[in-house]
Design a protein around this ligand. Structure first.
Ligand SMILES: Cc1cc2nc3c(=O)[nH]c(=O)nc-3n(C[C@H](O)[C@H](O)[C@H](O)COP(=O)(O)OP(=O)(O)OC[C@H]3O[C@@H](n4cnc5c(N)ncnc54)[C@H](O)[C@@H]3O)c2cc1C
Length: 371
């Protein structure tokens, strides 16, 4: 006989690990299934660091969710005794009329967030070379998350609350009957009263269940060694950063391990088939962009990368996330299109999806994402 669950979570990466944890915490009999062994390097979550910032240039509507996510990360840290969030501060800079700067100021003002403009003397103490005409803002309570550790920890906590897990198995089909939803992998067949689809870059596989399909972009991450080690290290006070350099948005992280300083371009990216397992350097425009950033604004870094990685952005049309309930069967709830900025929100998204399942309604804070 097939095993039976209150809910099955399909996809145990960034969002699925948090949903599994919350449902298990609520006492539901839950199973999580993943085609891989999360954390892994074939989704959207690897690369050792993810920015977390609160004065959100993308839109002030995200701020309540961000503050909820911050509380969720703290709860996970307390429950596990692990440090997941490095509060090293984030500096963001660009021309004063840049959408980045205007967006940060709008969110900070609307939500009374602590963002401090840096004067020229304060900028001198940082290892960047930034034009004096730029506005440069420091958000001291921001920083970065350790994504692999975050996912591993949420899954561990879920297991400790009674969740079951099945990894290395792809869910290939879901059938709906009056009493149950039936899930099939090549090796297993299980039944669930509810299903959550959090399959990231693979969300298009579930179009039949009305999951919003993302456009998947191949994104490069690069690591560079500092010419003189200390000033770029997180322990030396180097913050994480995001700059509007005109032709692109470049972000990065201070050195915190032997890999050095991580740099990447947020915009751009080549559309790919999510199933491709290509990890070689592709088009070199992303490398050229970060090397130009080094030449112009970070001369203390060596210009040849010491390491690189490929990751996937699962984009919506407007860069906002999408959450929903399947129009085909309201027992299926999904979340997709985290558009290259979803990681930091994971505990809040996990809580809201769990709430939708437990209470059969979305909380007001996420209404702008439901569709
Ligand atoms: C290069 C890069 C940099 C980023 N930087 C930031 C940042 O600084 N800050 C930030 O907040 N966000 C950032 N993001 C975005 C963030 O990492 C993603 O939004 C987030 O990881 C998406 O989570 P997810 O759960 O949708 O996908 P994933 O974490 O990839 O999880 C999806 C899971 O579903 C599984 N799966 C798929 N199909 C099936 C199936 N049929 N059966 C079983 N399992 C299945 C996959 O194996 C995978 O484990 C970045 C993303 C990238 C790629």
């Amino acid at each position: 006989m097939a095993h039976e669950y209150d809910a099955v979570v399909v996809g145990l990466g960034t969002m699925g690990s948090q949903v599994l944890w919350r449902l298990a915490q609520a006492g539901w009999r839950v199973l999580g299934i993943d085609r891989d062994h999360p954390p892994h390097h074939l989704g959207s979550h690897h690369g050792w660091s993810r920015l977390i910032r609160f004065a959100y240039f993308e839109h002030p509507n995200y701020v309540p969710l961000l503050l909820e996510a911050e509380r969720g990360w703290s709860e996970l840290e307390r429950a596990s005794g692990r440090t997941l969030f490095e509060r090293c501060g984030v500096i963001q800079g660009g021309p004063p009329r840049s959408p980045l700067i205007r967006g940060i100021i709008a969110s900070a003002e609307r939500h009374r967030l602590d963002v401090e403009p840096l004067d020229l003397a304060a900028r001198e103490r940082l290892p960047f070379s930034l034009p004096p005409t730029w506005t440069v803002l420091m958000e001291s309570g921001a920083g970065y998350l350790h994504p692999e550790l975050c996912i591993e920890t949420a899954l561990l906590q879920a297991e400790q609350c009674g969740a079951e897990m099945c990894t290395g198995q792809q869910v290939t089909r879901i059938d709906d009957t009056a009493d149950w939803l039936e899930l099939h992998t090549p090796l297993r067949h299980v039944r669930a009263k509810r299903i959550v689809l959090t399959t990231g870059a693979f969300a298009s596989d579930w179009r039949d269940w009305n999951v919003h399909p993302p456009t998947v972009l191949r994104k490069h991450l690069f690591w560079f060694q500092p010419r003189h080690a200390t000033s770029w290290h997180v322990r030396a006070g180097c913050p994480a950063f995001l700059f509007d350099v005109g032709e692109s948005y470049i972000y990065g992280f201070p050195a915190h391990d032997e890999r050095g300083v991580k740099l990447a371009r947020h915009d751009g990216g080549m559309e790919i088939d999510p199933a491709s397992e290509d990890t070689e350097l592709g088009r070199l425009d992303e490398l050229a962009s970060v090397q130009k950033f080094i030449d112009d604004h970070a001369p203390g870094l060596r210009s040849e990368p010491s390491e690189h990685a490929i990751c996937r952005y699962a984009m919506s049309e407007d860069g906002d996330f999408r959450l929903g309930v399947s129009a085909r069967d309201s027992r299926v709830v999904w979340a997709s299109c985290f558009s290259g900025h979803g990681f930091k929100f994971a505990p809040a998204i996990g809580t809201h999806i769990a709430h939708r399942l437990l209470e059969s309604k979305w909380r007001p804070e996420v209404q702008f994402l439901v569709g």
